[in-house]
Design a protein around this ligand. Sequence first.
Ligand SMILES: NC(=O)c1ccc[n+]([C@@H]2O[C@H](COP(=O)([O-])OP(=O)(O)OC[C@H]3O[C@@H](n4cnc5c(N)ncnc54)[C@H](OP(=O)(O)O)[C@@H]3O)[C@@H](O)[C@H]2O)c1
Length: 175
Amino acid sequence: MYEQYPVDKKVVLVGGSSGIGRAVAQEAAAAGAHIVLASRNQQRLEEARQEILGHVEAFTMDMLDEASVATFFEQVGSLDHLVISAVADETKLGAPITQLSTANAQRGMEKFWGTFFVARAAASRMNAGGSMTFVSSVSIFNPPCPNLVGGYGGGYQLGVLGLKGITQAATYVVY
Ligand SMILES: NC(=O)c1ccc[n+]([C@@H]2O[C@H](COP(=O)([O-])OP(=O)(O)OC[C@H]3O[C@@H](n4cnc5c(N)ncnc54)[C@H](OP(=O)(O)O)[C@@H]3O)[C@@H](O)[C@H]2O)c1
């Protein structure tokens, strides 16, 4: 993503208040990018905004709420790079498929739907030469996926496999 340093580029991080998104935000800010953080919890978001040095804005947004996503991108305007690392409670969704509840399978797909809502809203606002990065899991490269039938993955695994599909589709649409 950063073959050239993103000086003055606007980098939007959905899930930017924690973990991977927050770390990417710190790196990009240090390289001179204009950072926009998004996640649901206002307090954690504000803590991240204050901790990251540089040009950093932060807006609450729930990627599963289409109206919230639309409002967010009206505030953001155009952008250069989008990183989506958000996902909720994935470690609670693991189960062998024979014990995977419908509710947890559907929750696992939140990762797919949130990515779809955000990518769709962002696509028409991307500047030329921009990029979208969807943070997923290395397990998508190891089909057949043992986690889905055997252990940890469960509902989450359905979500990341859906994400692989949307990434392949978006590759041909976003440039
Ligand atoms: N960490 C690992 O070891 C690891 C390994 C493999 C894959 N991954 C993948 O990497 C990604 C990021 O992991 P992480 O460890 O950085 O996670 P994390 O620290 O839990 O961060 C998740 C971020 O997403 C936000 N978020 C959750 N639901 C959201 C929603 N509906 N709308 C907007 N923001 C939302 C959270 O803030 P709020 O709760 O305030 O919204 C938080 O900022 C995940 O997708 C995970 O599948 C991680």
